[in-house]
Structures are given as C-alpha cells and as structure tokens.
Design a protein around this ligand. Structure first.
Ligand code: SAM
Ligand code: F3S
Length: 468
C-alpha cells in the first residue's frame, strides 16, 4: 500500500491543515506512516512566522534529498506558509521538490494525492528502498495511536489585523470565516471518529462571524459545546481587542470548555503595542482579563510575548517584565522579534541581537517563576488528563495533558498502548512540578472525562544496575 508521511511545523492552523491532508490521503487509499523511509509521498507542511522556522523547513527539504536519490519515484511535496511565501523560488533552491502548494491550495493538494495514488499501487519498491542516511524527526508526524483523540477544526482562515511584525496576513490572506454549519459538520465527524477533545482553531477565533447569519464566536462556542458526544472543547488563538463581555460570560457558563484561555499580549509597553498595530493598550488588556477572571475563576491564562521589537527601549522591556510579574501567566510562548520580509517592522531600525537575547533570558526567568508556581499548586492533588502517547524523553512513561493544558507524565508499568486507547483519560497523583509540567503516579484510568476511574496500581521498577 502507498504510504504518506506528513511532517508539520508551526501553529495549530498547520496541524489542522495536516489533518485535512491526512484525511484526503486516507480516503485516496494511502496509509499514514510514521517514518519517511516507508513513504511514497512525503509532505512538509511549513511555517514562516519566524526565521528559524523557515531555516528548519529548508533544512528538512535538503535532508529529504537523500530519500529522493534512493528512490526517484518518491514525491516530495511542500505546502504551508513558507510554500506560499517562496512559491516562485522554492524549486530553484530545492529542485528535488516535486510540488509546491500555497496556503489556499489544500484542496488541489488533496486532488494531486488522489491522482498520484495509482502510480504507487502495489509498489514494492518502497520496501526495497535503500536508505543512504539516517533520519531524525524534527517536527510532529501527525499520526499515531492517540492523535485521533484530539481534533483541530478550523473556524476561520487568514487574519485581517496586520500586526506590523506578522507574516500571517501576507501568506494566508485576510479573514475568511467558515460557515458555522460546515464547522459543526466537521466537529460531528471528528466526534464520530473518536475525538475526545475538539480544538477550534484560527488566528483570531474570537473575531469569528458566520458569513451568512453574522453569529459571533460566543454563539459558535455555545452551539459546539452543546453537541452530543463532545467531551471537551477548547480554542486558540484569541485577540484582546475582540474579548467581549458576552464571550467571557459564555466561557464561564460552558462546563465542557477547557479552563485555559490563550490571550497573546506581546508587550507590556503601550508605545510598543502601538507600533505593533495591536489595537489595544496594556490598560485595556488588564481590564479584559479582569472581566475574564471574574467570569472564569481558576482558569489558566496563557500568552505570547515578543522581545526586541524595533524601537523597544530598556524601559519598555522593564514594563513587559512588570506586566508578567503582575499577571502571573500559567504559560507563555516567548520570542525574540524576527524580521519578516514584506512586513513594515522589518524595515525599521532593529534592536541589536545581543540586547534582544539578553532580554529574552530575563523574560524567561521572570515568566518561569509564575509557570512553576502554577504547576506546583498541583503537587499533592490528583489530576485527570487526556493521553498523548509515550513520553518522548522516556518511553516507559505515558504523557498526557490536563484540561488546563499542563503536561503530566507517569510511569506506565505493564500497560500497553491498547489500554490507553481504550481508556484515554488518566488520573495522575502529582508528586513533582517543573517548568515543562508535572510528574507523578498513574492511579486511575477512565473511558470518559466524566467517568468513574478504574484504579490502577503500578509498581515502580528499581533500576538495580543504577544502584550497583
Ligand atoms: N493570531 C495570534 C495573535 O493574535 O496573537 C498570533 C499568531 S502568530 C502565528 C503566533 C505568535 O508568534 C504571535 O503571537 C507572536 O508572539 C509570534 N510572532 C509572530 N510573528 C513574529 C515575528 N516576526 N517575530 C517573533 N515572533 C513572532
Ligand atoms: Fe498575526 Fe496579528 Fe493576525 S499576530 S495572525 S496579524 S492578529
């Protein structure tokens, strides 16, 4: 059977697009494989939001050249934001790439997969394919025994806000909201395929408007949350400008909504926010999160932050630190500003990279204090979490994610993957907290989020060799 390997970089929009590609590929008769050497088609779904994402994608393209040399019938396909940005030059730089599909050409990509499929029918050569180089995955391969438990459903494409640092509107276009009936159908389909958690994704989901009825995101959330069979619902990303009281009230009312709100602030200085074209002030952000905290007490608030944006002074940066000390985010994605071709800020005078890197270090130290404290509060409690799969660092442990988006790991003992697929909600008694998450003991497993757990007794093995 022809195999397809899909490697995904970047945000949840790309994860959602990869899920679409995987669905089209399976419908066309491909098997999703976890190793590129087993594939007849390799798809690289790329990101260009920062320079290092772009460099990694080109690095992977070069890496796959050896596979292509070993089997010229292999098709290497590049899609996603970098493909859109460099569509005219990509095959000059990487001539072994067979096809490049921009962000609006996913359907065409799906059609191409279907048309290539007969070429690979009963193709034995993939088994015989001699490999000249070892391959290490640098990004998520989208399919394993557990990936169906979480489904990404796109509610909108593109973004019309044009933050002066951001490439997204340039490579994904302006807002294009999907009809809510289509969104609901896709959620139902994911639920019938075993999804336990639905993540509604878009660059600015809370700006959503149904194209026909004008219904807003709060309305969409309420409708999706009411669907039969839905266990947990979550969404990313929101923009502070579109945080209405109505949305906060809806969030507080829906019991199956995950208690985590991701609200990127980017900077704690008004002068920087203005030049970023973020359309809010620090005061407005604080006022919005006060309403959110009143309606959704105990939820995790997470954010994105950029340091070294053009013109950011020491004082501006100190204001960002003060904001983080005050808000105590449960998690933050922190970046050094990366100039993106075609965006306004790329043309402005840049902050020296040593200064930006130094600021990032200080910011991480400040934010991590709050993150660790958030995780520490779980020590001594038992948390329920949805399985993600064997821990990448230590496969004898199972990794899972709590509903407030904290990673937990626990020793899995004799339990195999089938047991975790059958009862994917695990109860972990938390013993230790780190910045990356928590570790503890697996004490129970449940088939449903709200179900009674079956008690689990795992004997920790002692590494005698380690003792000797
Ligand atoms: N739609 C989201 C929002 O409203 O904030 C952001 C989407 S962007 C793909 C994800 C994050 O990447 C942003 O929140 C920002 O912190 C970061 N980012 C985007 N462009 C960047 C750049 N040029 N340099 C550094 N970080 C950037
Ligand atoms: Fe980018 Fe700003 Fe939209 S960060 S995705 S232009 S809200």
């Amino acid at each position: 059977m022809a195999g397809i390997y899909i490697e995904t970089f970047g945000c949840q929009m790309n994860e959602a697009d990869s899920q679409y590609i995987a669905d089209r590929a399976t419908a066309a008769g491909y098997a999703i494989v976890a190793e590129p050497r087993e594939a007849s088609v390799v798809v690289l779904n790329t990101c260009t939001v920062r320079d290092n994402a772009e460099r990694r994608a080109y690095g992977r393209m070069q890496h796959f050249r050896a596979l292509k040399r070993a089997d010229p019938s292999l098709k290497l396909v590049v899609c996603g934001c970098l493909a859109e940005q460099d569509r005219d030059t990509m095959q000059l730089v990487a001539p072994h790439v067979d096809a490049v599909f921009g962000t609006s050409e996913l359907v065409r990509l799906g059609d191409a997969l279907a048309s290539w499929r007969p070429q690979f029918a009963d193709d034995e050569s993939s088994e015989e394919r001699a490999l000249t180089a070892a391959f290490g995955g640098t990004a998520d391969c989208i399919v394993d025994r557990f990936s169906h438990l979480r489904a990404f459903v796109t509610v909108q494409r593109g973004c019309s806000y044009y933050c002066t640092f951001c490439i997204v509107p340039h490579v994904r276009g302006r807002f294009d909201h999907r009809p809510s009936a289509e969104i609901l159908d896709e959620v139902r389909l994911a639920l019938s395929s075993g999804a336990r958690e639905i993540m509604l994704v878009g660059q600015t989901v809370n700006a959503y408007k149904d194209p026909a009825s004008g219904a807003d995101f709060a309305g969409l959330l309420e409708t999706v949350a009411g669907l039969e069979g839905l266990e947990r619902l979550t969404f990313v990303t929101s923009h502070p400008k579109d945080c209405t009281d109505r949305l906060a009230h809806a969030m507080g009312r829906l019991p199956n909504l995950n208690p985590r709100f991701h609200l990127p602030v980017q900077s704690g200085a008004n002068s920087v926010l203005r030049r970023m074209n973020r359309k809010y002030t620090v005061e407005a952000y604080l006022e919005r999160i006060a309403v959110f905290r009143e309606q959704c007490p105990g939820w995790a608030l997470t954010t994105d932050l950029i340091v070294g944006f053009p013109g950011e002074t020491d004082d501006d940066f100190e204001q960002t630190l003060r904001l983080c000390e005050r808000v105590k985010f449960a998690q933050a994605f922190m970046f050094v500003y990366s100039p993106r071709r075609g965006t306004p800020a790329a043309l402005w005078e840049q902050v020296p990279s040593e200064v930006a890197t130094q600021r990032l270090r200080r910011l991480i130290a400040t934010v991590d204090g709050g993150v660790r404290a958030y995780h520490q509060a779980k020590v001594g409690t038992t948390v329920r979490a949805l399985v993600q799969g064997p821990s990448r660092k230590d496969p004898s442990k199972i990794a899972a994610r709590t509903v407030d988006n904290v990673t937990v790991v626990a020793y899995a003992g004799e339990l195999d993957e089938d047991s975790f697929v059958a009862a994917p909600w695990i109860d972990v008694a938390v013993d230790d907290a780190r910045v990356w998450g928590c570790s503890g003991r697996l004490v129970g497993m449940s088939k449903g989020f709200a179900g009674e757990a079956t008690a689990v007794h795992i004997k920790e093995t002692v590494d005698l060799l380690g003792v000797i």
